[in-house]
Design a protein around this ligand. Sequence first.
Ligand code: CMC
Length: 455
Amino acid sequence: MPNNAKLTIGDKSYDFPIVKSTVGNDGIDISKLRAETSYITLDDGFANTGSCKSKITYIDGEKGKLWYRGIPIEVLAENSTFTETAYLIIYGELPTRKQMSAFSQKVLRNAGLHEAMMHFFDGSFPFSAHPMSILSSLLNSLGCYYPHMATNRREQDLEYFDDAAAMLLSKVRTIAAMAYRMKNGLPLIYPKRDLGYSQNFLHMMFTEPYHEYYPHDDITKALDLIFILHADHEQNCSTSTVRMVASSGANLFASVSAGVCALWGPLHGGANQRVLQMLQEIHDSGDDGSKFIEMAKSGKARMMGFGHRVYKTYDPRAVILRKAAERVLKIVKLKDPLMDIAMRLEERARNDSYFIERNLYPNVDFYSGIILKAIGMPIDMFTVIFAIGRMPGWIAHWKEVAEQEKGKISRPRQIYVGYDKRDYVKMRHREGEFPSDYEADESRTYTHDSGLIEK
Ligand code: CMC
Protein backbone atom coordinates (compact mmCIF):
# COMPACT_ATOMS: atom_id res chain seq x y z
CA MET A 1 0.00 0.00 0.00
CA PRO A 2 1.44 3.43 -0.91
CA ASN A 3 2.22 5.94 1.84
CA ASN A 4 1.91 8.97 -0.40
CA ALA A 5 -0.38 10.28 -3.12
CA LYS A 6 1.05 12.29 -5.99
CA LEU A 7 -0.76 15.30 -7.42
CA THR A 8 0.42 16.87 -10.67
CA ILE A 9 -0.59 20.42 -11.51
CA GLY A 10 0.90 21.62 -14.79
CA ASP A 11 4.50 20.44 -14.79
CA LYS A 12 4.87 20.27 -11.01
CA SER A 13 4.22 17.25 -8.78
CA TYR A 14 3.37 17.27 -5.09
CA ASP A 15 3.32 14.45 -2.54
CA PHE A 16 0.64 14.15 0.13
CA PRO A 17 0.67 11.58 2.92
CA ILE A 18 -1.93 8.82 3.01
CA VAL A 19 -3.79 8.44 6.32
CA LYS A 20 -4.65 4.81 7.12
CA SER A 21 -8.02 3.77 8.50
CA THR A 22 -8.62 0.70 10.67
CA VAL A 23 -11.08 -0.49 8.04
CA GLY A 24 -12.69 1.30 5.08
CA ASN A 25 -11.44 4.20 2.98
CA ASP A 26 -7.94 5.49 3.65
CA GLY A 27 -7.53 9.25 3.16
CA ILE A 28 -5.15 11.68 1.51
CA ASP A 29 -4.01 14.34 3.96
CA ILE A 30 -4.26 17.58 2.01
CA SER A 31 -3.76 19.92 4.95
CA LYS A 32 -0.69 21.43 3.22
CA LEU A 33 -2.32 21.58 -0.23
CA ARG A 34 -3.05 25.30 -0.29
CA ALA A 35 0.26 26.33 1.21
CA GLU A 36 2.20 24.24 -1.31
CA THR A 37 0.13 24.69 -4.46
CA SER A 38 -2.14 27.74 -3.88
CA TYR A 39 -5.08 25.50 -4.88
CA ILE A 40 -7.92 24.30 -2.68
CA THR A 41 -10.25 21.34 -3.26
CA LEU A 42 -13.91 21.60 -4.22
CA ASP A 43 -16.26 18.76 -3.22
CA ASP A 44 -19.95 19.58 -3.47
CA GLY A 45 -21.83 18.08 -0.52
CA PHE A 46 -18.49 16.80 0.87
CA ALA A 47 -19.17 13.45 -0.81
CA ASN A 48 -15.44 12.65 -0.96
CA THR A 49 -14.18 14.66 1.99
CA GLY A 50 -13.22 13.27 5.37
CA SER A 51 -13.78 16.01 7.92
CA CYS A 52 -12.17 14.21 10.87
CA LYS A 53 -10.77 10.98 12.27
CA SER A 54 -13.38 9.27 14.42
CA LYS A 55 -13.61 6.12 16.55
CA ILE A 56 -17.37 6.04 16.97
CA THR A 57 -19.18 4.53 13.99
CA TYR A 58 -18.19 2.64 10.87
CA ILE A 59 -20.30 2.32 7.73
CA ASP A 60 -19.55 0.26 4.65
CA GLY A 61 -22.02 1.71 2.19
CA GLU A 62 -21.24 -0.81 -0.55
CA LYS A 63 -21.84 -3.84 1.67
CA GLY A 64 -24.59 -2.33 3.85
CA LYS A 65 -22.67 -2.59 7.13
CA LEU A 66 -23.11 -0.36 10.16
CA TRP A 67 -21.14 -0.77 13.40
CA TYR A 68 -21.24 1.26 16.59
CA ARG A 69 -17.82 1.08 18.30
CA GLY A 70 -17.06 -2.08 16.29
CA ILE A 71 -20.33 -3.89 17.07
CA PRO A 72 -22.65 -4.65 14.12
CA ILE A 73 -26.03 -2.98 14.30
CA GLU A 74 -27.80 -6.34 13.89
CA VAL A 75 -26.17 -7.61 17.12
CA LEU A 76 -27.20 -4.52 19.05
CA ALA A 77 -30.73 -4.58 17.59
CA GLU A 78 -31.11 -8.16 18.80
CA ASN A 79 -29.42 -7.99 22.21
CA SER A 80 -29.12 -4.43 23.49
CA THR A 81 -31.33 -1.66 24.81
CA PHE A 82 -31.23 1.97 23.80
CA THR A 83 -29.73 3.04 27.12
CA GLU A 84 -26.96 0.44 26.88
CA THR A 85 -26.30 1.37 23.22
CA ALA A 86 -26.15 5.03 24.25
CA TYR A 87 -23.50 4.18 26.86
CA LEU A 88 -21.53 2.21 24.27
CA ILE A 89 -21.60 5.06 21.76
CA ILE A 90 -20.76 7.78 24.27
CA TYR A 91 -18.10 5.99 26.32
CA GLY A 92 -16.66 3.63 23.70
CA GLU A 93 -17.31 0.26 25.37
CA LEU A 94 -20.24 -1.79 26.56
CA PRO A 95 -20.86 -1.06 30.24
CA THR A 96 -20.28 -3.54 33.06
CA ARG A 97 -23.40 -4.31 35.12
CA LYS A 98 -22.34 -1.78 37.72
CA GLN A 99 -21.66 0.93 35.15
CA MET A 100 -24.96 0.20 33.44
CA SER A 101 -26.90 0.45 36.66
CA ALA A 102 -25.24 3.75 37.63
CA PHE A 103 -25.80 5.17 34.15
CA SER A 104 -29.48 4.13 34.04
CA GLN A 105 -30.03 5.68 37.48
CA LYS A 106 -28.43 8.90 36.36
CA VAL A 107 -30.58 9.03 33.23
CA LEU A 108 -33.68 8.30 35.29
CA ARG A 109 -32.87 10.98 37.90
CA ASN A 110 -32.66 13.55 35.12
CA ALA A 111 -36.02 12.80 33.55
CA GLY A 112 -37.90 15.73 35.11
CA LEU A 113 -37.60 19.31 33.91
CA HIS A 114 -36.56 22.31 35.96
CA GLU A 115 -39.86 23.69 37.28
CA ALA A 116 -39.16 27.06 35.64
CA MET A 117 -38.91 25.32 32.27
CA MET A 118 -42.47 24.09 32.63
CA HIS A 119 -43.63 27.67 31.87
CA PHE A 120 -42.52 27.14 28.30
CA PHE A 121 -45.50 24.83 27.98
CA ASP A 122 -47.82 27.41 29.43
CA GLY A 123 -48.55 29.54 26.39
CA SER A 124 -45.01 30.50 25.39
CA PHE A 125 -45.24 28.54 22.16
CA PRO A 126 -48.30 28.62 19.88
CA PHE A 127 -50.19 25.35 19.41
CA SER A 128 -49.17 25.42 15.76
CA ALA A 129 -45.43 25.30 16.60
CA HIS A 130 -43.58 22.33 15.11
CA PRO A 131 -42.21 20.12 17.93
CA MET A 132 -38.73 20.16 16.31
CA SER A 133 -38.69 23.92 16.71
CA ILE A 134 -39.70 23.60 20.38
CA LEU A 135 -37.16 20.82 20.92
CA SER A 136 -34.25 22.76 19.52
CA SER A 137 -35.13 25.88 21.55
CA LEU A 138 -35.55 24.00 24.83
CA LEU A 139 -32.40 21.91 24.45
CA ASN A 140 -30.42 25.11 24.00
CA SER A 141 -32.25 26.68 26.94
CA LEU A 142 -30.85 23.93 29.22
CA GLY A 143 -27.69 26.05 29.18
CA CYS A 144 -29.67 28.84 30.87
CA TYR A 145 -30.85 26.56 33.69
CA TYR A 146 -27.57 24.72 34.17
CA PRO A 147 -25.00 27.40 33.25
CA HIS A 148 -22.13 25.65 35.05
CA MET A 149 -22.39 22.88 32.42
CA ALA A 150 -22.49 25.32 29.51
CA THR A 151 -19.64 27.73 30.06
CA ASN A 152 -17.98 27.42 26.65
CA ARG A 153 -14.77 26.79 28.59
CA ARG A 154 -13.65 23.36 27.46
CA GLU A 155 -12.16 22.20 30.74
CA GLN A 156 -15.25 22.98 32.77
CA ASP A 157 -17.73 21.74 30.17
CA LEU A 158 -15.80 18.45 30.03
CA GLU A 159 -15.71 18.23 33.82
CA TYR A 160 -19.52 18.25 33.82
CA PHE A 161 -19.82 16.15 30.68
CA ASP A 162 -21.25 13.02 32.37
CA ASP A 163 -24.02 15.06 34.01
CA ALA A 164 -24.82 17.03 30.88
CA ALA A 165 -24.88 13.87 28.74
CA ALA A 166 -27.28 12.02 31.07
CA MET A 167 -29.40 15.13 31.34
CA LEU A 168 -29.71 15.48 27.56
CA LEU A 169 -30.48 11.81 26.99
CA SER A 170 -33.21 11.95 29.57
CA LYS A 171 -34.69 15.40 29.11
CA VAL A 172 -34.86 15.25 25.31
CA ARG A 173 -37.58 12.63 25.74
CA THR A 174 -39.46 14.64 28.39
CA ILE A 175 -39.33 17.85 26.35
CA ALA A 176 -40.52 15.94 23.28
CA ALA A 177 -43.49 14.39 25.06
CA MET A 178 -44.44 17.67 26.76
CA ALA A 179 -44.26 19.55 23.45
CA TYR A 180 -46.76 17.06 22.03
CA ARG A 181 -49.09 17.35 25.06
CA MET A 182 -48.96 21.14 25.05
CA LYS A 183 -49.66 21.36 21.30
CA ASN A 184 -52.72 19.18 21.73
CA GLY A 185 -54.03 20.95 24.81
CA LEU A 186 -53.46 17.87 26.97
CA PRO A 187 -52.32 17.93 30.62
CA LEU A 188 -48.58 17.44 31.02
CA ILE A 189 -47.58 14.03 32.32
CA TYR A 190 -44.47 13.63 34.46
CA PRO A 191 -42.00 10.76 34.09
CA LYS A 192 -42.20 7.78 36.46
CA ARG A 193 -39.36 6.26 38.44
CA ASP A 194 -40.26 2.63 37.74
CA LEU A 195 -40.33 2.77 33.96
CA GLY A 196 -37.58 2.09 31.45
CA TYR A 197 -36.43 4.64 28.86
CA SER A 198 -38.85 3.97 26.01
CA GLN A 199 -41.71 2.95 28.28
CA ASN A 200 -41.39 6.24 30.15
CA PHE A 201 -41.55 8.16 26.90
CA LEU A 202 -44.71 6.31 25.81
CA HIS A 203 -46.18 6.93 29.28
CA MET A 204 -45.53 10.68 29.04
CA MET A 205 -46.99 10.76 25.52
CA PHE A 206 -50.15 8.74 26.00
CA THR A 207 -51.20 8.50 29.67
CA GLU A 208 -54.41 10.37 30.53
CA PRO A 209 -55.37 11.57 34.04
CA TYR A 210 -57.90 8.74 34.40
CA HIS A 211 -56.27 6.24 32.12
CA GLU A 212 -52.74 5.02 32.72
CA TYR A 213 -51.12 3.94 29.45
CA TYR A 214 -49.35 0.57 29.60
CA PRO A 215 -47.78 -0.25 26.26
CA HIS A 216 -47.50 -3.85 25.07
CA ASP A 217 -43.90 -5.03 25.67
CA ASP A 218 -43.40 -5.51 21.94
CA ILE A 219 -44.47 -1.91 21.27
CA THR A 220 -41.94 -0.64 23.81
CA LYS A 221 -39.31 -2.89 22.19
CA ALA A 222 -40.16 -1.60 18.72
CA LEU A 223 -39.68 2.01 19.86
CA ASP A 224 -36.45 1.09 21.64
CA LEU A 225 -35.30 -0.58 18.42
CA ILE A 226 -36.03 2.58 16.43
CA PHE A 227 -33.95 4.58 18.92
CA ILE A 228 -31.07 2.06 18.71
CA LEU A 229 -31.06 2.12 14.92
CA HIS A 230 -30.92 5.92 14.85
CA ALA A 231 -28.33 6.31 17.61
CA ASP A 232 -25.41 7.29 15.37
CA HIS A 233 -24.50 7.42 11.70
CA GLU A 234 -21.01 8.92 11.50
CA GLN A 235 -20.62 12.24 9.69
CA ASN A 236 -24.20 12.83 8.54
CA CYS A 237 -25.56 16.37 8.14
CA SER A 238 -26.75 16.91 11.73
CA THR A 239 -23.73 15.24 13.33
CA SER A 240 -21.37 17.27 11.16
CA THR A 241 -23.33 20.33 12.31
CA VAL A 242 -22.86 19.34 15.96
CA ARG A 243 -19.13 18.82 15.37
CA MET A 244 -18.82 22.12 13.56
CA VAL A 245 -20.55 24.06 16.32
CA ALA A 246 -18.48 22.18 18.93
CA SER A 247 -15.28 23.07 17.07
CA SER A 248 -15.82 26.73 17.92
CA GLY A 249 -15.76 25.82 21.61
CA ALA A 250 -19.53 25.94 22.06
CA ASN A 251 -21.04 23.88 24.88
CA LEU A 252 -22.86 20.56 24.50
CA PHE A 253 -26.40 21.95 24.82
CA ALA A 254 -25.85 24.59 22.12
CA SER A 255 -24.18 22.07 19.82
CA VAL A 256 -26.93 19.43 19.95
CA SER A 257 -29.59 22.10 19.60
CA ALA A 258 -28.00 23.02 16.26
CA GLY A 259 -28.03 19.31 15.40
CA VAL A 260 -31.80 19.22 15.87
CA CYS A 261 -32.20 22.07 13.37
CA ALA A 262 -30.04 20.31 10.78
CA LEU A 263 -31.93 17.05 11.29
CA TRP A 264 -35.28 18.70 10.65
CA GLY A 265 -34.77 19.10 6.88
CA PRO A 266 -36.70 16.70 4.59
CA LEU A 267 -33.53 15.33 2.98
CA HIS A 268 -32.31 14.22 6.43
CA GLY A 269 -34.42 13.31 9.48
CA GLY A 270 -37.47 15.14 8.16
CA ALA A 271 -37.77 12.39 5.54
CA ASN A 272 -39.64 9.99 7.87
CA GLN A 273 -42.54 12.43 8.15
CA ARG A 274 -42.50 12.94 4.38
CA VAL A 275 -42.50 9.18 3.70
CA LEU A 276 -45.80 8.76 5.44
CA GLN A 277 -47.29 11.82 3.74
CA MET A 278 -46.13 10.40 0.39
CA LEU A 279 -47.65 6.96 1.07
CA GLN A 280 -50.90 8.59 2.21
CA GLU A 281 -51.07 10.74 -0.94
CA ILE A 282 -50.46 7.70 -3.15
CA HIS A 283 -53.21 5.87 -1.29
CA ASP A 284 -55.67 8.78 -1.43
CA SER A 285 -55.15 9.29 -5.16
CA GLY A 286 -56.03 5.65 -5.84
CA ASP A 287 -52.58 5.03 -7.37
CA ASP A 288 -51.06 1.60 -6.75
CA GLY A 289 -47.62 3.23 -6.76
CA SER A 290 -46.93 2.94 -10.51
CA LYS A 291 -47.77 6.56 -11.32
CA PHE A 292 -45.69 7.80 -8.41
CA ILE A 293 -42.68 5.75 -9.49
CA GLU A 294 -42.89 7.30 -12.96
CA MET A 295 -43.06 10.78 -11.41
CA ALA A 296 -39.99 10.04 -9.29
CA LYS A 297 -38.11 8.82 -12.36
CA SER A 298 -38.96 11.95 -14.35
CA GLY A 299 -37.81 14.17 -11.48
CA LYS A 300 -41.36 15.46 -10.76
CA ALA A 301 -41.35 13.80 -7.33
CA ARG A 302 -38.77 12.39 -4.97
CA MET A 303 -39.28 8.96 -3.52
CA MET A 304 -38.89 9.81 0.15
CA GLY A 305 -37.21 7.11 2.24
CA PHE A 306 -35.20 6.00 -0.78
CA GLY A 307 -31.56 6.60 -1.61
CA HIS A 308 -28.65 7.45 0.61
CA ARG A 309 -25.39 9.32 0.24
CA VAL A 310 -23.39 6.46 1.73
CA TYR A 311 -25.38 3.24 1.21
CA LYS A 312 -25.26 1.90 -2.30
CA THR A 313 -27.19 -1.19 -1.29
CA TYR A 314 -29.88 -1.86 1.34
CA ASP A 315 -29.58 0.35 4.38
CA PRO A 316 -29.10 -2.35 7.08
CA ARG A 317 -31.41 -0.38 9.37
CA ALA A 318 -34.23 -0.59 6.79
CA VAL A 319 -33.84 -4.38 6.63
CA ILE A 320 -34.34 -4.63 10.41
CA LEU A 321 -37.19 -2.11 10.45
CA ARG A 322 -39.12 -3.79 7.65
CA LYS A 323 -39.33 -6.98 9.73
CA ALA A 324 -40.17 -4.97 12.85
CA ALA A 325 -42.95 -3.14 10.98
CA GLU A 326 -44.55 -6.45 9.99
CA ARG A 327 -44.33 -7.61 13.64
CA VAL A 328 -45.84 -4.42 15.06
CA LEU A 329 -48.73 -4.43 12.58
CA LYS A 330 -49.55 -7.97 13.73
CA ILE A 331 -49.47 -6.96 17.41
CA VAL A 332 -51.76 -3.98 16.95
CA LYS A 333 -53.88 -6.14 14.64
CA LEU A 334 -53.75 -3.45 11.99
CA LYS A 335 -53.91 -4.04 8.29
CA ASP A 336 -52.36 -0.80 7.14
CA PRO A 337 -52.83 -0.20 3.40
CA LEU A 338 -49.79 2.12 3.55
CA MET A 339 -47.57 -0.87 4.42
CA ASP A 340 -48.83 -2.62 1.28
CA ILE A 341 -48.05 0.46 -0.81
CA ALA A 342 -44.58 0.71 0.77
CA MET A 343 -43.82 -2.93 -0.02
CA ARG A 344 -45.13 -2.51 -3.56
CA LEU A 345 -42.99 0.58 -4.14
CA GLU A 346 -39.94 -1.28 -2.85
CA GLU A 347 -40.69 -4.27 -5.10
CA ARG A 348 -41.19 -2.06 -8.18
CA ALA A 349 -38.06 -0.03 -7.49
CA ARG A 350 -35.98 -3.21 -7.10
CA ASN A 351 -36.86 -4.18 -10.64
CA ASP A 352 -36.63 -0.77 -12.26
CA SER A 353 -33.45 0.27 -14.08
CA TYR A 354 -33.73 3.90 -12.88
CA PHE A 355 -33.41 2.80 -9.23
CA ILE A 356 -30.97 -0.04 -9.95
CA GLU A 357 -28.53 2.15 -11.91
CA ARG A 358 -28.55 4.83 -9.21
CA ASN A 359 -28.32 2.33 -6.33
CA LEU A 360 -31.50 3.62 -4.75
CA TYR A 361 -32.76 1.35 -1.96
CA PRO A 362 -35.03 1.95 1.04
CA ASN A 363 -33.29 3.82 3.83
CA VAL A 364 -33.99 3.93 7.57
CA ASP A 365 -36.91 6.31 7.12
CA PHE A 366 -38.89 4.11 4.75
CA TYR A 367 -40.37 1.70 7.32
CA SER A 368 -39.91 3.59 10.59
CA GLY A 369 -42.96 5.76 9.84
CA ILE A 370 -45.18 2.69 9.43
CA ILE A 371 -44.15 1.48 12.89
CA LEU A 372 -44.59 4.89 14.48
CA LYS A 373 -48.03 5.31 12.91
CA ALA A 374 -49.04 1.85 14.13
CA ILE A 375 -48.12 2.71 17.71
CA GLY A 376 -50.17 5.88 17.52
CA MET A 377 -47.37 8.42 17.15
CA PRO A 378 -48.57 11.64 15.50
CA ILE A 379 -46.81 12.35 12.23
CA ASP A 380 -45.17 15.62 13.30
CA MET A 381 -43.41 13.68 16.11
CA PHE A 382 -41.61 11.33 13.69
CA THR A 383 -38.55 13.53 13.24
CA VAL A 384 -38.57 14.23 16.97
CA ILE A 385 -38.27 10.46 17.54
CA PHE A 386 -35.27 10.47 15.20
CA ALA A 387 -33.75 13.31 17.28
CA ILE A 388 -34.24 11.40 20.55
CA GLY A 389 -32.55 8.38 18.97
CA ARG A 390 -29.67 10.42 17.52
CA MET A 391 -28.85 12.09 20.85
CA PRO A 392 -26.11 9.57 21.93
CA GLY A 393 -24.35 10.05 18.61
CA TRP A 394 -24.39 13.84 18.85
CA ILE A 395 -23.14 13.67 22.44
CA ALA A 396 -20.32 11.26 21.55
CA HIS A 397 -19.21 13.39 18.61
CA TRP A 398 -19.24 16.55 20.73
CA LYS A 399 -17.03 14.72 23.25
CA GLU A 400 -14.66 13.52 20.54
CA VAL A 401 -14.24 17.11 19.30
CA ALA A 402 -13.97 18.61 22.80
CA GLU A 403 -11.30 16.12 23.88
CA GLN A 404 -8.99 16.80 20.94
CA GLU A 405 -5.80 18.31 22.21
CA LYS A 406 -5.11 20.42 19.18
CA GLY A 407 -8.61 20.64 17.75
CA LYS A 408 -9.07 23.24 15.06
CA ILE A 409 -12.16 25.31 14.44
CA SER A 410 -14.02 23.98 11.36
CA ARG A 411 -13.68 26.60 8.72
CA PRO A 412 -13.85 25.46 5.09
CA ARG A 413 -12.74 27.63 2.22
CA GLN A 414 -14.62 28.54 -0.93
CA ILE A 415 -14.10 29.21 -4.58
CA TYR A 416 -15.36 32.73 -5.01
CA VAL A 417 -17.40 33.25 -8.19
CA GLY A 418 -19.09 36.59 -7.36
CA TYR A 419 -18.38 40.13 -8.61
CA ASP A 420 -14.82 41.30 -8.73
CA LYS A 421 -13.48 44.84 -8.57
CA ARG A 422 -13.98 45.43 -12.28
CA ASP A 423 -17.70 44.63 -12.01
CA TYR A 424 -17.96 47.07 -9.14
CA VAL A 425 -16.41 49.85 -11.21
CA LYS A 426 -18.73 48.99 -14.10
CA MET A 427 -21.71 49.39 -11.75
CA ARG A 428 -20.43 52.76 -10.66
CA HIS A 429 -20.02 53.72 -14.33
CA ARG A 430 -23.69 52.96 -14.89
CA GLU A 431 -24.49 55.31 -12.01
CA GLY A 432 -22.31 57.95 -13.70
CA GLU A 433 -20.02 58.12 -10.69
CA PHE A 434 -16.79 57.31 -12.51
CA PRO A 435 -15.69 58.92 -15.77
CA SER A 436 -16.75 56.62 -18.59
CA ASP A 437 -13.18 56.18 -19.82
CA TYR A 438 -12.06 54.94 -16.37
CA GLU A 439 -10.47 51.49 -16.41
CA ALA A 440 -10.31 49.34 -13.26
CA ASP A 441 -6.76 49.22 -12.02
CA GLU A 442 -5.58 46.25 -9.93
CA SER A 443 -3.19 48.51 -7.99
CA ARG A 444 -6.02 50.71 -6.70
CA THR A 445 -8.48 50.00 -3.95
CA TYR A 446 -12.09 51.10 -3.93
CA THR A 447 -14.10 51.93 -0.87
CA HIS A 448 -17.60 50.57 -1.00
CA ASP A 449 -19.62 53.46 0.37
CA SER A 450 -18.18 56.40 -1.49
CA GLY A 451 -16.74 54.79 -4.60
CA LEU A 452 -13.60 56.80 -3.86
CA ILE A 453 -10.42 55.50 -5.34
CA GLU A 454 -7.32 55.34 -3.19
CA LYS A 455 -3.84 54.92 -4.55
N1 CMC B 1 -36.07 9.46 -5.56
C1 CMC B 1 -35.79 9.59 -6.88
N2 CMC B 1 -34.56 9.81 -7.38
C2 CMC B 1 -33.57 9.92 -6.48
C3 CMC B 1 -33.78 9.78 -5.09
C4 CMC B 1 -35.08 9.54 -4.64
N3 CMC B 1 -35.33 9.40 -3.34
N4 CMC B 1 -32.60 9.92 -4.44
C5 CMC B 1 -31.69 10.16 -5.39
N5 CMC B 1 -32.25 10.14 -6.61
C6 CMC B 1 -31.58 10.30 -7.91
C7 CMC B 1 -31.21 11.76 -8.15
O1 CMC B 1 -32.24 12.45 -8.83
C8 CMC B 1 -29.95 11.61 -8.98
O2 CMC B 1 -30.35 11.26 -10.30
P1 CMC B 1 -29.47 11.80 -11.57
O3 CMC B 1 -28.13 11.13 -11.43
O4 CMC B 1 -30.25 11.36 -12.75
O5 CMC B 1 -29.40 13.29 -11.42
C9 CMC B 1 -29.27 10.38 -8.37
O6 CMC B 1 -30.33 9.59 -7.82
C10 CMC B 1 -28.24 10.73 -7.29
O7 CMC B 1 -28.93 11.50 -6.29
P2 CMC B 1 -28.30 12.64 -5.41
O8 CMC B 1 -29.39 13.57 -4.97
O9 CMC B 1 -27.13 13.24 -6.13
O10 CMC B 1 -27.76 11.79 -4.20
P3 CMC B 1 -27.28 12.35 -2.79
O11 CMC B 1 -26.30 11.39 -2.27
O12 CMC B 1 -26.86 13.79 -2.91
O13 CMC B 1 -28.63 12.37 -1.92
C11 CMC B 1 -30.35 11.73 -0.47
C12 CMC B 1 -28.93 11.44 -0.95
C13 CMC B 1 -30.65 10.85 0.72
C14 CMC B 1 -30.46 13.21 -0.06
C15 CMC B 1 -31.34 11.44 -1.63
O14 CMC B 1 -31.25 10.08 -2.01
C16 CMC B 1 -32.77 11.79 -1.26
O15 CMC B 1 -33.17 12.95 -1.42
N6 CMC B 1 -33.58 10.80 -0.75
C17 CMC B 1 -34.93 11.10 -0.29
C18 CMC B 1 -34.89 11.75 1.07
C19 CMC B 1 -34.57 10.75 2.16
O16 CMC B 1 -35.13 9.67 2.21
N7 CMC B 1 -33.69 11.16 3.07
C20 CMC B 1 -33.32 10.35 4.25
C21 CMC B 1 -31.94 9.82 4.15
S1 CMC B 1 -31.64 8.51 5.36
C22 CMC B 1 -31.79 9.29 6.88
C23 CMC B 1 -30.64 10.16 7.16
O17 CMC B 1 -29.57 9.62 7.52
O18 CMC B 1 -30.78 11.37 7.05
